[in-house]
Design a protein. Structure first.
Length: 84
């Protein structure tokens, strides 16, 4: 098999999208747990909508989409050569 050129390097963990996805996973997990454990009296104050649960689930879905984006379209880091 012929080599198609220099090896591609990706940003990996240093891709800002990965960091954003990780933060949304953390915040989404916290809100989901708070929404599940929230008393019914607190839900009644918000017109019967468990906003913490829905916001947490939304954040988890959003972070999953970001992770999918990172996986499907990785950022390629250019090779640094010794140019004069």
């Amino acid at each position: 098999m012929a080599d198609s050129g220099p090896a591609r390097r990706t940003a990996g963990a240093f891709d800002i999208r990965t960091i954003i996805a990780l933060l949304f996973v953390i915040y989404g997990a916290v809100l989901t747990v708070v929404g599940v454990l929230q008393p019914a009296a607190e839900v009644a104050k918000a017109a019967g909508v468990n906003i913490n649960l829905w916001a947490g689930i939304g954040m988890l879905v959003f972070s999953g989409l970001f992770a999918l984006w990172v996986r499907l379209r990785p950022i390629v880091v250019p090779e640094s050569g010794t140019e004069s």
